[in-house]
Design a binder for this molecule. Structure first.
Ligand SMILES: [Mg+2]
Length: 206
């Protein structure tokens, strides 16, 4: 089984839908430990990304993801635009020229995305960032034996990673200014990353 361009488009539509549906939740999480803009930013960015996708010929999954990356970088400020922009750009670049996006190519693309996000944000595991959802999800994909099961496992791992950010003290981003007071709050970036994997698993399952 291989991931088609239409499934990648479906993934992006589903992710945009999650960002619209959970905008208030993400705003509330970011208001507790940041500046409260995460839900609004991600919703605006993904709305812009869908507009760009509608207007462009997307030959393949790699091109779809690069278009989304450019839309996010140009429309979302703060940390989320550059970080998610990097994630999609690295994935899109890794998948460019890949005719059949099977499990191995897909897991490699996610690893590149993770490396890009870490290179840009300098976050390590346990810093209470999106990386805490991203790492276990990518590892789940890498140890999977099929795409469908791998993405379901990745979504579950991302959810567990997201929940595990709650007791952490933030060491990166605006939340780190709060020190101890950043405890007992789920990280908004890890939360949007969980929705990214959830929508990927759903796009592949249908
Ligand atoms: Mg923010």
């Amino acid at each position: 089984m291989a991931i088609t361009r239409d499934q990648t488009l479906d993934w992006m539509r589903r992710f945009a839908g999650e960002m619209a549906e959970h905008r208030q939740e993400l705003v509330a999480l970011d208001t507790a430990i940041g500046d409260g803009d995460h839900g609004t930013n991600m919703n605006r960015g993904m709305t812009k990304a869908l507009e760009k996708l509608d207007g462009a010929e997307q030959a393949a999954s790699g091109a779809v993801l690069k278009t989304v990356a450019m839309a996010l970088v140009s429309s979302v400020g703060g940390a989320a635009g550059p970080l998610y922009g990097t994630l999609f750009l690295q994935m899109g670049t890794a998948l460019t020229g890949v005719q059949e996006v099977g499990l191995s190519a897909y897991a490699t693309a996610w690893r590149k995305a993770l490396q890009g996000v870490q290179a840009r944000g300098k976050a390590e595991p346990g810093d209470k960032t999106m990386v805490d959802a991203l790492i276990p999800a990518v590892e789940a994909l890498e140890s999977a034996s099929d795409l469908n099961g791998g993405l379901r496992a990745a979504a579950q791992a991302a959810e567990e990673g997201m929940k595990a950010t709650t007791p952490l003290i933030a060491r990166k981003g605006r939340a780190s200014y709060l020190g101890e007071r950043s405890k007992d709050h789920q990280d908004p970036g890890a939360t949007s990353t969980y929705y990214l994997f959830k929508s990927a698993a759903e796009a592949l399952a249908d």
